[in-house]
Design a protein around this ligand. Structure first.
Ligand SMILES: C[S@@+](CC[C@H](N)C(=O)[O-])C[C@H]1O[C@@H](n2cnc3c(N)ncnc32)[C@H](O)[C@@H]1O
Length: 278
């Protein structure tokens, strides 16, 4: 993989913040939920009625709502995020919404040691270099015997299937086999490291699996991916890191996504499960 970190770029962090683009991000997260929820429900399938669950970085909240339905009136779900714009729309008697940064805010507001299940989806990737800290804090929220579920991507694995397609050469040049992420300070193979991080955080009974599929341009997955890249581009325009060279790269990466003859691999999306025993 080519490493070509651009030192002009600011520290990595969450690049798809909703502030200033609430409507656009609402649509992107809605599509994310439609695409990912079926698999995420399976991965959270161990949830039982009466359980107390925590969804960290809950976004628009579809998984928190689903968990609230599963735990029923005798259970409780806490959904956290650093921006509650979308979660504040939810109104369920067994769902509590809390403004909370998993890296920085005190854990006592979440009642550490009390949760049967703690989950997070597509958040850790963005906390580059601080993922283990975030996971440690999630583990602290679990009761002994409780389970942690995290889902995250190898977002560097979005690559053309057919190298002879007219879009492929330009795409591959811009993508650098995922080095596009490295230049921004992110790990393009983050998702596959989840089991290792889980183990380092003391979790046992670790189970892991990952899925991908070949998809084509002009499909819901392609639309979602294009909207995600557009969101990152918008953040770079604001922080001044959107150079003309980067503009060219975005063009090479986004244009093929509306072409139905362009087949590519969706990102390898990992699901990892682990248990806190004591
Ligand atoms: C890609 S979105 C995914 C939303 C949701 N997990 C889902 O999959 O539908 C990532 C979410 O993590 C939140 N987030 C980012 N950094 C966070 C942090 N340090 N603590 C808590 N939430 C965070 C963002 O505000 C955003 O809602």
């Amino acid at each position: 993989m080519t490493e070509h970190r651009d030192n002009a770029h600011p520290e990595p962090g969450y690049r798809l913040a909703a502030k200033g683009r609430y409507e656009t991000e609402d649509e992107r997260l809605d599509l994310l939920e439609q695409l990912f929820d079926p698999t995420s429900r399976q991965r959270r399938g161990l949830v039982q009625p009466g359980w107390r669950c925590l969804e960290v970085g809950a976004g628009r909240g579809s998984m928190a709502v689903w968990l609230a339905q599963q735990v029923g009136p005798t259970g409780q779900v806490v959904a956290t995020d650093i921006d509650l714009r979308y979660l504040n729309r939810l109104n369920l008697p067994n769902l509590q919404v809390i403004h909370h940064n998993i890296l920085e805010d005190p854990l006592d507001v979440l009642d550490p040691g009390s949760f049967d299940l703690v989950c997070s989806r597509l958040m850790l990737f963005w906390l580059a270099g601080k993922q283990e800290k975030a996971l440690q804090r999630m583990v602290q929220c679990l009761r002994p015997g409780g389970w942690l579920v995290d889902e995250d991507g190898d977002w560097g694995t979005v690559i053309p299937v057919d190298s002879s397609h007219p879009h492929s050469a330009g795409y591959n040049k811009a993508w650098h086999d995922g080095g596009w992420w490295v230049s921004r300070g992110y790990d393009p193979e983050f998702g596959r490291k989840l089991p290792v991080l889980f183990e380092r955080c003391g979790l046992k009974n670790i189970q892991h699996e990952a899925r991908t599929e070949a998809v084509r341009g002009d499909t819901p997955w392609a639309k979602w991916w294009g909207e995600s890249l557009e969101g990152i581009r918008a953040s770079e325009r604001i922080d001044g890191s959107l150079t003309p060279a980067r503009e060219e790269e975005y063009k090479a990466l986004i244009t093929p996504l509306s072409d139905p003859t362009f087949w590519f691999l969706s990102a390898l999306l990992h699901g990892c499960l682990g248990q806190r025993l004591e």
